[in-house]
Ligand binder design. Sequence first.
Ligand code: UDP
Ligand code: MG
Length: 326
Amino acid sequence: METASFTLSIIVPMYNEGKNISLFYEKITKVLEHHDYNYEIICINDGSKDDTMERLRLLANYDKRIKVIDLSRNFGKEIAMSAGLKYSKSDIVIPIDADLQDPPEVIPLLIEKWEEGYDVVYATRLKRDGETWFKKATAHTFYRVIGKMTRFDIPADTGDFRLMTRQVVEALNLLPEQHRFMKGLFSWVGYNQTSVEYYREPRYAGKSSFNYWKLWNFAIEGITSFSFAPLQFATYLGLLIAVLSLLYATYLVIITATLGNPVPGYPSLMVAILFFGGVQLITLGVIGEYIGRIYNESKRRPLFLVKEELNIIDEEESVELRMINK
Ligand code: UDP
Ligand code: MG
């Protein structure tokens, strides 16, 4: 087979993936070499506490196509991935998880679709092994809810595993926000999108860093990043309650006028006070979620800080290298 005429960047955010790196490297290299792609693998060490960085160092020494970015601390997957996108210079870019849940064998399928003329080819999961029904159900509900709240579709059962062209990556790199709900941003940028389906494997080694509390926050992040429906909901809830209380007030006036006033109503008073107290605190909380995000964005801090780079050559040089490779 002839060497492919395009360059490919694989982006791998890694947090405590020491146990997965060797097998991941072995599997993905096998696929990429088999197809003779012109590729680089950008690994982002997201402040791992295990031996991830040491292992990456060894790999980078041995294989120059492994580029490593060592972040100064744990910034979270979304930001680690954004860092990878900023560093990639290739024609097409594919983020993938290091735990082998996204099978490297799907990469050639993504590329085939891209060759048909799509700008984004996302991989949709058909099966979720090793995940509880509760996680599946909550994930399902989340996609439906967010789908209703936004103007664009965030495809269900789709992670960050996808192919993007340079144009799409440049568009993503333009987005300055600190709160990066990547699944949403991927859809927000638009372009010609399509999907391929695959079976999602259980994690190879180690533990998923996502627990339900994190997932809940992830869901809130998704919703607040792309919609002010919760704020509007507060408005309508307020309106509804105002109308209901007006009706109740009318009823009270009529009752008092016709039947006199025997001063009942301690329970209804308590219920009303507690209910409105609750509603007010919740709406305040919703507003708080948005204000907190405005606060974070307004600080304009850099998205991430890099401690060390391995095998990253500056732009000019890598352009030259690409010319030679072609
Ligand atoms: N990850 C990361 N930073 C984090 C958490 C996770 O870079 O703070 C990486 C992790 O190493 C893996 C990918 O993101 O490559 C997906 O993480 P995980 O398997 O924990 O998530 P799940 O598959 O359960 O959604
Ligand atoms: Mg995983």
